[in-house]
Each structure stands twice: as structure tokens, then as C-alpha cells.
Design a protein. Structure first.
Length: 660
């Protein structure tokens, strides 16, 4: 109740209220969204909307991202295991993640644990390769090699003034999850929502741990129960949605508090279980959008975030650790777009970021970082051509107790999409983009793991692709869509992080040069089979060849970089009949290596999982009920995403939700 009262006045809203001229009008619930040519996508995105997210047996944003092409998920196992993502072999730090239009940040280590963000109140997750191809966006969004946008559900109060939803889930590993959503209309122009939930689990699950010598003989083969993977977490999110004449405003408050055990890596058949971590993550953000006349739009964003991490290691085989890390971030952004001609627009954006990290470790550097970002972009939408060009100037100044240094970078990008035929069923696209990222505070300043000799990492991306998209009014197939992309990335001074015996601490190094060649293929279709039977199918495949080409004298020269499989993919199949849904999902990751040298000892076998869910919806006592049964890893596969971190075998969950 204290958290509820604390966050009642922290809010969020739609980012698309203030868009533009009346050449394209869509009706989304009660809000009219207008779109100028400058706002249209030049390069298409991958999306999972609310309906698809409900069908998947996924409960966090990290779970859902597994179904996007070009994405690799790092999962350390279990309900409470840390989960981060990597895009097209360039690393987590090149991927920008925005929550309701404002980027999530972590200057400490650059790792956003997406397992903490629930899908209970998410309307849509969108992935862009390169960047979001719309010039009306914050300056920092132009600097990413890829971007994920998480959009909160806006209240749907067209029938009544409030809506209540309760959801409870029980499953394997003694997992219990409960969440609630309350939406309320406050006036004709203002509505609110409060989403809260908690999660508890022992994290225990059976696994098989097998290791072989290079000659093929078994070193050990053990079946055991994973320990120290327990978690207890609370989350609360309060939102307010406001509309103005030709605009809107938004405010959001978010709090996540967790305490978890960290089941360390299993090395040489030794179980490590002395690590614990507590996190208190909270932020408040606000946005204001406004159209001024028919040719100018402005957007203002502000955010303050505070992250408190308490890490303890009582493993008797290692030095004892008990440290606290306190991170603060202040963010201010303005984006402005001017329509110069009916088919030509330009934008100017400016971002300011202030990051500070304190810790109680010995000889800590106490770093502070000031970042100023300025972007200039233009977009053309004329007949069969859409094009967008941008340039981002980044100025960074770091200050520590040991001194200070500054850095500036210029990163341009060009996107082109051609529609050779009338209509939009076929298009060809290409882009070239330079991206850049500064080493994190952990990379540079941690005394036991940082590397002051690290240099900034930059990447150059090339991409070419085609899209086929067709709707059918009659017949079994109602919609079919396919995306094909081939890309080539070069990364200079690539920074790689991997566990150093303890999950919370990392070893950092510059690989130097990495050349990445890849193919992404995505296809989806909707089928109408008879009157009541609807089928959906979605599949994606990724091929990646990511080679370290730093020094021909290195033993690992031209080897695949760690944890990047050559082949990976996923598939989703769904059947809906009246009030019943049956959904099957499949995920595959091919062979890869866990170290720089591609030798037999470092080889990791392919893995795949199959998940199944059954959903029933019914109405009773004027209340909408929804029951769901999930069976994950139904074939009980033994696998590891990260070496020495075994994943759960077959596991179950039962969910019941009530909507009033």
C-alpha cells in the first residue's frame, strides 16, 4: 500500500499523439493519431503486439525477444537468472532499449536486465535494426546500432470508466507470480493506470551436467538440483495519460525491488552458491508532445533514475565481498521536426545526460559522466522513394577522483526504401550507418575488473533487404509477409565481457577488429479456416558469421567470436477456436564456442526447446476469466545458453486471470 500511494502520481502515456498532417489518419481506441510523411518508417520493424504476447508462454520482455531475428539472448538460467540481449553480434551495448519513448540506461555496466520488465502491461514490443527510421525522435536514438521499443498499454475505457485485472500464476521451481492492473478515467482528457506485481520462487530445478575430455571420454556426468537461484521481487508502475489540443503529455513512475541468489558457474564439478544480489531500481519520466500549426512538432522528455545494487559473495573458496553500488541518471531531451515541403521534413534534436556512480569499494574512482548529443536529420517521401539521412554529434566528458578526459564522435546514417510498383506489397531497402559506444564505468574504472586501457568501440553497418506484404480479402490465407535482410558489419576495438567466475563481475577486453556477415529471414501468415478456426504462423532464421580479424598471429585469428551461433531461429504456431487457443513455440541455437579459440574444448553443442500453451477464455458472473496451462521445454532437453550455467528441463505453469 505504501508503494501504491507513493507512485499514484507517477505516470506515462502514448508517444504517438502528436504526429502530424492529415495525409494518414488512424483510430486507436479513443485517440486520433495523425502521421506526417516524416514519421513513417523507412525500414520496417519486427513487432510483437499485445495479442501475440498473450499467446506466448512468456512473462518478461526478455522471454519475448527470443522470437526476433538477429537477437541473441544471454540467459543465466531459472526464474531469477539475469537476462540480457545482443543484436547482430555487436553486443548488448549497441542496442538501445526504450520504455514508452525514453531509453533505459545503465552507465555502470551497460547491461539492462530485461527479466525485470513484466509483459502484464505491455501493448507492443518493436525491434529496429540500424535505428528507428523516423526523424522525430531523441538524439540518443540515432546513436544505436539497433533499438527495442517497449510500449505500455493505454487504458481502453470506451465502455466504462474503470477496468480491473488480476492475474495469478503458479509453476515449477516453487514459482508464484501475482499481478494486478487498475485503469481509471479521471476526465475526458486524462486517464490513469497502476500496475503492480510480485514474484517469488525457490529457483530449484533438476539438471544434468555432463563434461567430456577432448578425446571424447566422460569427465563427469551428474544429475543434481540447481541451488541458490531463489528470487523475491516486487514491481509497481503508475501511469497517467493526458491529451491536449494537437498534442499530449505523459508521466511514468516505476519501481522494482528484488533480492536473489546467484547460482554461480559450475566449474570442474564444483557448485558455487555464495553470491547474493539486491536491486532497487526506480525512475520517474515525463514527456510532452505538441503540434504547432501544420508544419512543426516538438517533443520534450525528462527522466531521473536511481539504481541501488547490493552484492554479497560469501563463497568460502573466494575472497569475501560485500559492496553497494549507487547509480544516478538525469536525462533531458528535446526533438523538433519542421515540414519544409509536403514531402520533405527536417529535424533537430538535443539530449543531455548526467550519470554518476558511487560505491563503497576500496580505491573506487567515483566516476561522473556528462553526455551532450545533437542530431540533425532529414526525410523525403516522394512517390516510389523514401529516404532518411542523419548525423549525430556526441560529446562525452568523464571525471573521476584520478582525473578527467573528454571525447567527441560524429556518426552519420543513410536509409533508403524503394517501392518499384504501385501499392506497398513489395519494397527494397538499404542502409549504411556508423555507430559508437563509450566503455561503461565497469569497463574503465572497476579496480578488480576494469581496464583503463580500453578504447571506445565503433561499428559500421551495411544492410540490404526486401519485403513482401500482402493482404487477402478471401480464401484461407488472409495475410502473408516476409522480410529478408543481408548485412555486413565491421566493429573496431570491440569490447567483450564474459563472467569471471562470479556472475556479477566480468572480465573486459578489446578484441580489436571483428567482421560480421549475416542473414535475417522472417515470415508470418494468418489463416482463416472455416468460420471459427483461425491459425497464425511466424518463423525467423538468422545466420551469423562473426570473425575476430585483429591479428593474424593470434591463435584465434579468423575464429568465430564467443557465444555467437552460426545458425539460430524460432517458430510460433497458433490455433484459435472460439474461446480456446493452442500455441506452440520453438527456439533453436546452433553450435558455437564459449572462448575466443574455436577448439574442441571450447565447443558448445546446439540446443533447442519446444514450449506449449493452452488457453481458455470464458465469462462467468459478468466477469471475464482466462485460464492458461504452459509446458516449457516439453522434450526435457539438457542445454546451456552460457557455459556452466545449466538451464531448466521440462517445467510447468498454471495461470488464472480475472478482468472486471
Amino acid at each position: 500500500m505504501v508503494l501504491l500511494l507513493l507512485f499514484t502520481f507517477h505516470f506515462s502515456s502514448l508517444s504517438s499523439i502528436a504526429q502530424s498532417k492529415l495525409d494518414s489518419v488512424q483510430h486507436v481506441r479513443e485517440i486520433v493519431v495523425v502521421s506526417r510523411p516524416a514519421m513513417r518508417e523507412v525500414v520496417p520493424s519486427q513487432k510483437l503486439n499485445g495479442e501475440m504476447l498473450e499467446k506466448l508462454n512468456s512473462h518478461s520482455v526478455a522471454d519475448a525477444l527470443r522470437y526476433f531475428s538477429g537477437i541473441q539472448l544471454k540467459d543465466y538460467g531459472g526464474v531469477g537468472g539475469i537476462k540480457t540481449v545482443n543484436i547482430r553480434s555487436m553486443g548488448t551495448h549497441h542496442l538501445g532499449i526504450s520504455y514508452d519513448g525514453v531509453q533505459l540506461g545503465n552507465a555502470q555496466n551497460g547491461q539492462i536486465d530485461l527479466g525485470q520488465f513484466s509483459l502484464d502491461n505491455v501493448e507492443e514490443i518493436t525491434l529496429y535494426n540500424g535505428q528507428k527510421s523516423a526523424i522525430f525522435q531523441p538524439a540518443s536514438d540515432f546513436g544505436n546500432a539497433g533499438a527495442i521499443y517497449i510500449r505500455t498499454k493505454a487504458p481502453d475505457l470506451s465502455i466504462q470508466n474503470y477496468r480491473l485485472k488480476f492475474k495469478a500464476q503458479y509453476g515449477s521451481s516453487d514459482m508464484f507470480r501475482f499481478s494486478t492492473l487498475w485503469e481509471q478515467r479521471l476526465s475526458e482528457a486524462v486517464s490513469s493506470s497502476v500496475s503492480a506485481g510480485f514474484l517469488t520462487a525457490s529457483g530449484k530445478y533438476k539438471f544434468r551436467y555432463e563434461r567430456r575430455y577432448p578425446n571424447g571420454e566422460t569427465a563427469w556426468d551428474t544429475t543434481a538440483v540447481r541451488q541458490n537461484g531463489d528470487i523475491h521481487a516486487e514491481r509497481i508502475e503508475a501511469n497517467l495519460f493526458g491529451r491536449l489540443d494537437q498534442g499530449g503529455w505523459q508521466v511514468k513512475g516505476y519501481l522494482y525491488n528484488s533480492a536473489r541468489g546467484i547460482p554461480g558457474a559450475i566449474v570442474n564439478n564444483v557448485w558455487r552458491r555464495g553470491e547474493r544480489q539486491q536491486d532497487l531500481n526506480t525512475f520517474v519520466q515525463a514527456a510532452f508532445d505538441k503540434n504547432i500549426g501544420n508544419g512543426f512538432s516538438t517533443r520534450w522528455l525528462a527522466k531521473y533514475a536511481y539504481y541501488n545494487t547490493h552484492y554479497v559473495n560469501k563463497d568460502s573458496t573466494q575472497l569475501p565481498v560485500d559492496n553497494r553500488y549507487k547509480q544516478q541518471e538525469f536525462y533531458l531531451s528535446t526533438a523538433n521536426v519542421l515540414e519544409l515541403l509536403p514531402n520533405w521534413s527536417a529535424s533537430l534534436s538535443y539530449d543531455f545526460k548526467w550519470n554518476k556512480l558511487n560505491a563503497d569499494t576500496y580505491h573506487f574512482a567515483f566516476p561522473t559522466r556528462l553526455s551532450n548529443l545533437v542530431s540533425l536529420a532529414t526525410a523525403v517521401d516522394y512517390k516510389h522513394l523514401k529516404a532518411q539521412g542523419s548525423v549525430l554529434a556526441t560529446f562525452i566528458h568523464d571525471k573521476t577522483h584520478h582525473g578527467s578526459h573528454s571525447l567527441s564522435k560524429l556518426t552519420p546514417a543513410l536509409f533508403v526504401n524503394i517501392y518499384p510498383f504501385r501499392g506497398t506489397f513489395f519494397s527494397m531497402r538499404a542502409y549504411v550507418k556508423k555507430s559508437f559506444r563509450m566503455p561503461t564505468f565497469n569497463d574503465l574504472y572497476y579496480t578488480d575488473m576494469g581496464n583503463a586501457n580500453l578504447v571506445p568501440e565503433s561499428a559500421l553497418q551495411y544492410d540490404a533487404g526486401v519485403t513482401l506484404n500482402k493482404h487477402f480479402e478471401h480464401g484461407v490465407i488472409r495475410h502473408a509477409e516476409m522480410h529478408f535482410d543481408a548485412y555486413y558489419n565491421t566493429v573496431h576495438d570491440k569490447i567483450v565481457a564474459y563472467p569471471k567466475g562470479q556472475q556479477f563481475r566480468w572480465t573486459m577486453l578489446n578484441l580489436g577488429k571483428v567482421h560480421i556477415k549475416g542473414i535475417d529471414v522472417e515470415a508470418e501468415a494468418d489463416f482463416q479456416i472455416g468460420k471459427d478456426l483461425v491459425a497464425t504462423a511466424r518463423a525467423q532464421y538468422t545466420y551469423q558469421d562473426a570473425r575476430d580479424v585483429t591479428d593474424p598471429d593470434d591463435s584465434y585469428y579468423n575464429d568465430q567470436i564467443p557465444y555467437i551461433p552460426w545458425h539460430s531461429g524460432s517458430a510460433i504456431l497458433g490455433l484459435s477456436y472460439k474461446n480456446w487457443d493452442l500455441n506452440y513455440s520453438f527456439i533453436y541455437a546452433g553450435e558455437r564456442y564459449d572462448e575466443q579459440e574455436n577448439i574442441l574444448y571450447n565447443h558448445m553443442e546446439p540446443w533447442y526447446t519446444s514450449d506449449l500453451s493452452l488457453v481458455c477464455r470464458f465469462q462467468w458472473q459478468k466477469v471475464l476469466w482466462r485460464a492458461q496451462l504452459d509446458v516449457n521445454n516439453i522434450l526435457d532437453q539438457d542445454y546451456e545458453v552460457i557455459v556452466n550455467y545449466p538451464m531448466p528441463g521440462r517445467n510447468y505453469a498454471v495461470t488464472l486471470s480475472v478482468e472486471i
